[in-house]
Write a protein that binds this ligand. Structure first.
Ligand SMILES: [Zn+2]
Length: 459
């Protein structure tokens, strides 16, 4: 019965809505992507080059910002005859988009423009635009990527997610409800944490019996940890769990899989591009949305980073003609080197997303410590519920700690290891707090770096 409902939904209810009611091409794009993922890597690269050349020619003609900038630098889109030719083209940072948004928009009609904003977890939200065709394509790409985890439209999905805060109009709430019913989705907001959230989420899980859980990493890990501490398991096991929005550590994956008795599928996305990468059933890296996005990992000198080393994630959206994102520096960090997957899909694998550039802390002597160092350190202190490391200046770090009855000896040990990791010239202030607020999007910001971050804008 469940499978029949899923089939009816996927084959009838959903297509009727998407294609007839909204007149969208989403389903056609989704079908195309289901085919193209099996193409040879060379064929996918050739497809990227064709789309890239088209994008550059479009931007040179219709986007005043890129037209003027490239003319000034003597760059001609016709000179790009291989993907390697593209690596010397200028990077685009958030500040550039903030300063030149209107001049970046296409002056040629390419469908209705949709305006969006990033959640602003890095500080100020970024406003940007995309054309409708790009929106349809990225929606299709997320259907495919989530489908690898069995979470395509039509599956029953229980979300543990950041939901919009504040007063919502009746119309907005009604729209949310229609959207959720259409997508067979139930949403539990992750804003309030603790035992109350655990109880509410497990109650929904038992009554709704979803095919898949879709969750932010940290709140789901917190629930898993509470279960495992009591030596319990979730009362119902979904087929799979999709996590995203926050960095997933191996110890978190392990705890979530044990507590919920289901495999975890990591995803990597952003507001600017939606789904950038997702795991297939092999769990061996993230398949990139390469038909639509050109993803590069660059070293400190702006050259392609050597395989196995960490670098900056730079993305070109091959289909957002409404407001081209060309070599956009996302602020994310990842391990370079694209592998092929034994599953047979030709889409290259991104080995691992390691965090965000803003998540790095500066230790004594300018040495950089990746933000992921701290979750690894703190996981061995079970009393710690949440924590946040704030770099106030080059020689001052505040460590905010929300803990349940932490023993004095443990606290002293934690303080010692944190101080040692930052070195003798950085003073650390430990600050016990009752709660650590989440970002407006419901994410836990583990590291807050108030130093002017190293910008890639000028590179
Ligand atoms: Zn694969």
């Amino acid at each position: 019965m469940t499978n029949l409902m899923r089939l009816i939904h996927r084959r009838m209810v959903f297509p009727a809505f998407e294609s007839l009611f909204k007149g969208r091409n989403t389903l056609r794009y989704w079908n195309e992507l289901e085919q193209s993922q099996w193409a040879e890597p060379e064929a996918i690269a050739a497809m990227q080059l064709r789309s890239l050349r088209r994008l550059l020619e479009h931007a040179a003609l219709h986007s005043p910002y890129y037209r003027d900038e490239w003319r000034r630098q003597g760059l001609d889109p016709r000179s790009v005859s291989t993907l390697a030719d593209f690596v010397c083209w200028p990077l685009t940072g958030r500040e550039t988009i903030r300063a030149h948004r209107s001049a970046m928009r296409s002056t040629s009609p390419c469908g209705r423009l949709i305006s969006k904003a990033t959640g602003g977890s890095s500080g100020v939200p970024l406003q940007f635009d995309l054309n409708e065709d790009s929106h349809e394509r990225r929606t299709a790409a997320s259907f495919r990527g989530y489908g690898w985890a069995g979470a395509e439209p039509g599956s029953r999905q229980l979300y543990l997610w950041g939901v919009p805060l504040g007063e919502r109009s009746i119309l907005a709430r009604w729209k949310d409800r229609v959207h959720q019913a259409l997508h067979r989705r139930r949403v539990v907001s992750c804003f309030e944490g603790g035992d109350a959230l655990t109880a509410r989420f497990l109650a929904e899980l038992t009554s709704y019996r979803p095919d898949v859980i879709v969750a932010y990493v940290n709140p789901l890990y917190d629930i898993a940890r509470r279960l495992l501490e009591r030596d319990e398991r979730a009362p119902y096991a979904p087929h799979s769990i999709v996590v995203g929005a926050e960095r997933l550590h191996a110890f978190q994956r392990d705890a979530i899989e044990r507590a919920f008795s289901a495999p975890v599928f990591e995803t990597y996305g952003s507001r600017e591009f939606m789904l950038i990468g997702a795991e297939c059933e092999r769990h061996d890296g993230l398949h990139l949305t390469s038909e639509y996005l050109l993803v590069e990992i660059l070293d400190e000198d702006g050259r392609p980073a050597a395989p196995g080393t960490e670098g900056d994630v730079v993305v070109t959206d091959l289909h957002n003609l409404g407001m081209p994102f060309i070599r956009y520096v996302t602020g994310d960090r990842a391990i370079a080197g694209f592998d092929t997957c034994p599953c047979g899909r030709g889409l290259p694998l991104l080995r691992a997303v390691t965090g965000r550039r803003l998540d790095m802390l500066q230790a004594t002597g300018g040495r950089m410590i990746p933000g992921e160092f701290f979750p690894h350190l703190v996981k061995d202190f079970p009393a710690v519920r949440r924590f946040q490391v704030i770099q106030e200046s080059a020689d001052l770090v505040r460590f905010r700690l929300q803990a349940d009855g932490m023993a004095g000896a443990d606290r002293a040990r934690l303080e010692r290891v944190v101080s040692e990791s930052l070195g003798s010239n950085v003073r650390v202030i430990f600050e016990p707090v009752d709660a650590i607020a989440l970002t407006p999007a419901g994410k836990l910001q583990v590291v807050v770096n108030r130093l002017a971050g190293p910008s890639r804008e000028a590179a």
